[in-house]
Design a protein around this ligand. Sequence first.
Ligand SMILES: [Fe+2]
Length: 208
Amino acid sequence: MIEGEKNIEKIHLFPTLVMVCKNFLSNQQSEDIKNFCLLQKTKPYKNAFDGSATSTWTSKSKFIEVLEKEICTLDKLSKNIQSFIDEYSDEFNLRELSIANSWFNIQNKQSVLNRHVHELSVLSGAIFINVDDDSSELVLESPNLYSHYKSFSPIDYHSMSDIFVIKPEVGMLVLFPSWIVHSSFYQENNTENRIVISFNVELSDLKK
Ligand SMILES: [Fe+2]
């Protein structure tokens, strides 16, 4: 570089990548999963929800593997999710990532998904199985505590927004950093049996 020449560096500081895939599952696959979930034993999950909701969450649960074994049309489910995770990690040259645990939640009418983060995890994912227009939305909150001080409010300028609202669709997969505070933002769900598969993603070499 010539001495004194201007040198412009563009730094995208503290980036937050959220990946959304519509129709990650077909309607038939979602229907099969829904029917399977409704036959499973679940437990009330008081920390995560207000109102009536149950879950199969444990730190070791492997629901995605169960689905692969039990439903023949889902034999490539882990592989397809892993490809999606790899696409995310390639974006940031992250180390290899893989699914740590997976479970599902069932919310009844008037239940609320409380604000939370997924601790001890790198990425988290949600696959919407049984949702409709009455279902509560998934709201991701800006990690910037001061973003509401801005003097402009561009609704669709995601990186400068306070919140980002995802309207769930059957078969949609959402992948986001586990530190993002997310919830239904006090909105009540009005779908009977709103079913979502969730999973956490960790560094693969932690498993070795
Ligand atoms: Fe969550």
